[in-house]
Every structure is written in structure tokens, then in C-alpha cells.
Design a protein around this ligand. Sequence first.
Ligand SMILES: Nc1ncnc2c1ncn2[C@@H]1O[C@H](COP(=O)(O)OP(=O)(O)OP(=O)(O)O)[C@@H](O)[C@H]1O
Ligand SMILES: [Mg+2]
Length: 357
Amino acid sequence: MSTPRLEIKNIVKSFGGRRVVDDLSLSVMPGKVTCLLGPSGCGKSSTLRIIAGVEMQDSGTIHVDGALVCDTVFRVPPEARSIGLMFQDFALFPHLSVGENVAFGLRGDKGARERVKELLQKVGMSRYIDDYPHQLSGGEQQRVALARALAPRPRMMLMDEPFSGLDDRLRDDIRDETLEVLKGEGTAVLLVTHEPGEAMRMADEIALMRDGKIVQQGAPYNIYNTPVDLKAAAFFSDINVIKGKVEGALTDTPFGQFLAPGVPNGTEVDIVIRPQHLKIDFDRAGRGPNPTAVDGTPARGVVERARFIGASSLITFRMDYDGSFLQASVPSVFLPKPGTPLWIMIRRDRCFVFPRR
Ligand SMILES: Nc1ncnc2c1ncn2[C@@H]1O[C@H](COP(=O)(O)OP(=O)(O)OP(=O)(O)O)[C@@H](O)[C@H]1O
Ligand SMILES: [Mg+2]
């Protein structure tokens, strides 16, 4: 296996007695985009600042390409770490032109002019080379900032919510362009975001962070489809929770029995399912469809609310069995009236069973 571009081990950082980064380990492979994803305040920016070297960890080590960059005794200064930075409030130097901004980190190196031209070309900003930052839109400034960060060919890029200052449509475009440029340069990237959509769109690998710890790490597909716990599932989408209790490694629900392997008798469990994995069927004089192996037993509910939200409709049911609510996302051609009785089935292969916390 090749050496990680970045490897941080057992990083701890406390502020005022509170562990903000709590024994965090993470590696980023060359040419890969890893997203540090988590809710506000979970310690993402603190982690990034420690890697950049502008903040000092209490304990733990940082290696770049296998070489020690920082432990609690030895410390390579930030500017010597070969790390490019891009933060939300990235600031271009207002008194320097676009070309001079991009050249800034090159310090008159041989070939600097060519490198500046090459990068401005890559980010589509060649014709602005002599303009000043105040003459550019937010998106254009962002592109220049990317070129500037990449100019010295950093071994890795640290990006902290770099797109959050941009409006939605522009953000999608810039995100995709940025990714293309980063991939083209082969730079390893650690990108911080609190938006699951952004992480799934950008990342080769997502490290899901909570309370200073990484709770799950993997490819977007795996993290989304096999969450470690209810909170991890809920972080990526709305969820429904069906309550159950385990007897003999099985739990009984109105939708049939679910396997709960290795879960002790009497344990209360949450069966978690996303709204798009509920199926609905018509009520035929109080009867629903027959149970199947894929969808289990249908349970009846009454439409409480149905909202049209574009490509889909979001329907809230009040369930007959206990009066609880379940949400289903269905194609928007379907928009039933409140009070309509319908049968609901759940895709059994899309359910997650977690012991209740
Ligand atoms: N210099 C500091 N002094 C004291 N507390 C700090 C300091 N820096 C960060 N914190 C605290 O550490 C916690 C984590 O902060 P951090 O900025 O790393 O969160 P974050 O995950 O980046 O959140 P956000 O998504 O809101 O940017 C917060 O509770 C914050 O108040
Ligand atoms: Mg932050």
C-alpha cells in the first residue's frame, strides 16, 4: 500500500478544558479528495488549523508523505509544510493584480510566469490577468484564489468551507470546476464541510465527524448506504424511525419481523428507513397488498399532509397501529388528499436496525 500524503494520528486539542478534537486519526491518499464532514462546532476547522500549523495540538502526530511534520516537540512551520490553504473568507491581496496574486507564492521562481498563465487558463480566468480583485465577482475571486493556492504545487490542499460564500447555482458550478482542476493537478485534498450534499458530490472518501471524533469513514456510497448509527443516517437525509424490541434476534413490527443478529433479548431497537424507501399502495375496502419477502407486511396509515416539492411529493402518514407519523417521498405525479387511507410498505433491504440509545 502506498504512503498516505497526509497522516494524522491521535490528535487531541482542548480549549478551556473541553476536548474539541478528541483522539482523531485520519489519512488522505495522494490524488484523493477526502471530506471532513460534520455538524457545526464538531471540530472540523480546529483539525484543519492544526494540520496547517496555525494551531498547535496538545498531543498526536502529523506526517506528510511519511515524514514527521509535527508532534508536541518538533514542529515544521506552516509555510514550510507544502500545504495550500483555501478558506471561506479567502482574501486576495487587493493591491495586487490577478496575475500578481497567483504569482505571490512563487516568489519569482523560474517558470513562474508560465505557471501563472497555466493556472489562470485552467480556472478560466486568463483574460482577467491584469484586473484587480475588486473588479471581479465572488465566483471569479474564488477561481483566482484556487489558482493562487495551487501555484506553488502544494503537496496537499486544505479547504475550509471554501464555497459557502457563493449562491447555490454558482456554487455547484464552481465546485465541479474546482474538483476538475484539483484532480488535474493530482493534489491531495482535505475539504471541510457541514453539507452532506457537498461532501458526496466532491469526495472520494468522507470522514464523518461528531464531537471531535471520526465516527465513520468511507466512500460516499458506503457511508450513505451503511450508516454506523441513527445519527449518521439522519445526518444525510430525513429518516423514519420505527420502534421495536428484540426477542430471539428478531424484532416484531407492524411491517413484519426484522433480523437483529447479536442483539440481546429485551433490547429496544430503532428501525430506520429513509422516506424514499417507503412504498405506498391503494386501500381496497380495508385491504392492502399481500406481504412479500422484499417489502414485508403492509401497514395502513391515513394521509395527514401531502406536499408537492418538485420532482417528488412528500407525504406524511398517521399510522393506524400507534398513531405515529411516517414520511414517504414518492414521484410527484402522486399527491393524495389528506384523510385518504393508504397502505405503506418498507423496503426491507433499505432498513437499518440500531439498538436504541
Ligand atoms: N481558539 C479557540 N478558543 C476557544 N474555543 C475554540 C477555539 N477554536 C475553536 N473553539 C471551539 O471549538 C469547537 C469546535 O470549533 P471548530 O471551529 O473546529 O468547529 P467546526 O466543526 O469548524 O464548526 P463550523 O461548521 O461551525 O465551522 C467550538 O465549540 C468552538 O467554539
Ligand atoms: Mg469551521
